[in-house]
Write a protein of this length. Structure first.
Length: 373
């Protein structure tokens, strides 16, 4: 794996000098853009004998986006390694149906909920999302989403019915997200977000709430409520905040979910939070657009940029049976951006678990090389 990462890095290093997105101009208004997100991981664990050192492909997403500027966009992305679909949607901008009436998306998309989980998989600050995000974020569904912006406010509302394209989430869901960003300039952002969702799983569905120890290469889950049946509805809520000033930023979320069950089964609750601080020296900054954080882009004349991060994450899961599942972690991270497309990440994670039957306290050192455009 290490040799493969070196070979790939050497093969794509010339891309670091390219500033413009890779795309084909079909005419004055129409663009065809290839999409690739290849992430190769390596992890070393200590303190927990049930976790073995490992390596593997985290993502191997390929796709295409056909865009007629300000009118429509057709996007399809498939993860070759995982064997499942990511984003597959038709987007109609305001010029396509009614000026000023917002944007419509139809297809498989991420549920408009939260901040960290809603971000692009190619723009993750850490190798994996926080424990609470893993427990509560609902992922992708097939449905219809409307969004619109007025000055500092953005609203998104969606309804999903049926399933996802891989057959993993039968049922229906309504979700909404509001963002207030009175400052949204480059290197100067103040953002507050509020999200809510209610899901009604199919009566034969099995629901699982679980989280890995912030490492996808871990063979076991740190928090796991097991296979939950007789789930009548799931209510989720989240509050998030983001502040960016030059090279410094703070980001945090409070997330919770409650599963109401039939047939006398106890309700299940999941909740947690995280707080992330980051610093980008050298004049660059974290990017921000459409209510989401993106990758750091090297400053003018710079061939690369560095980012240093610290995150505290805490989550707990109450299934109605003792003991309560609870864990927290500290993650120290660094990212090295070589141009616009190549990124190297290194995370040191310290995990504390109040449920040693699943996983005991341990540390992990994780590395990733990502090529994405």
């Amino acid at each position: 794996m290490f040799n493969a990462m070196v070979v790939l890095a050497l093969a794509v290093l010339p891309l670091r000098a390219i500033a413009a997105p890779l795309a084909w101009e079909l005419d004055q208004h129409t663009v065809l853009t290839p999409k690739l997100n290849l992430a190769l991981d390596r992890a070393w664990f200590s303190g927990e004998p049930r976790l073995d050192d490992g390596q593997g492909v985290r993502r191997a997403e390929i796709g295409l986006a056909l865009e007629h500027r300000d009118v429509f966009e057709l996007t399809a992305v498939y993860d070759v390694d995982a064997g499942n679909w990511a984003d597959v949607f038709l987007q109609l901008d305001s010029r396509a149906w009614k000026a000023g009436a917002g944007r419509l998306r139809l297809g498989q998309i991420k549920v408009p909920f939260g901040l960290e989980g809603l971000g692009s998989s190619s723009a993750t600050s850490f190798l994996e999302t926080a424990l609470a995000t893993q427990l509560v974020f609902p992922g992708r569904r097939v449905g219809l989403e409307w969004s619109n912006s007025w000055q500092a406010t953005t609203l998104r509302a969606a309804y999903f019915s049926g399933n996802d394209l891989d057959g993993g989430n039968p049922g229906s869901m309504a979700a909404a997200r509001a963002v207030w960003a009175p400052r949204a300039e480059p290197a100067d952002v103040l953002h507050l977000g509020l999200s809510a969702a209610q899901e009604s799983p199919h009566d034969t569905a099995t629901v699982r709430l679980r989280a890995r120890p912030e490492s996808n290469l871990a063979e076991h889950f740190l928090l796991d409520g097991g296979a939950l049946t007789q789930v009548d509805r799931i209510r989720r809520g989240a509050i998030d905040g983001l502040w960016i000033k030059g090279g410094f930023s703070l980001q945090g979320e409070l997330l919770q979910a409650r599963l109401a069950r039939d047939a006398g089964q106890p309700d299940v609750r999941a909740r947690g939070h995280y707080l992330t601080a980051s610093w980008v020296p050298g004049g660059a900054s974290r990017s921000y657009a459409d209510g989401s954080v993106g990758n750091v882009k090297p400053g003018s004349g710079a061939a690369s940029a560095f980012e240093f991060l610290l995150r505290y994450s805490d989550a707990q899961l109450e299934t109605g049976a003792a003991p309560e599942h609870r864990a927290h972690s500290w993650t120290l991270g660094s990212n090295w951006y070589l141009g616009q497309y190549l990124k190297f990440q290194l995370n040191l994670v310290q995990v504390r678990s109040a449920q040693p039957a699943l996983l005991d306290d341990h540390r992990s050192l994780q590395a990733r090389m990502q090529l994405a455009f």
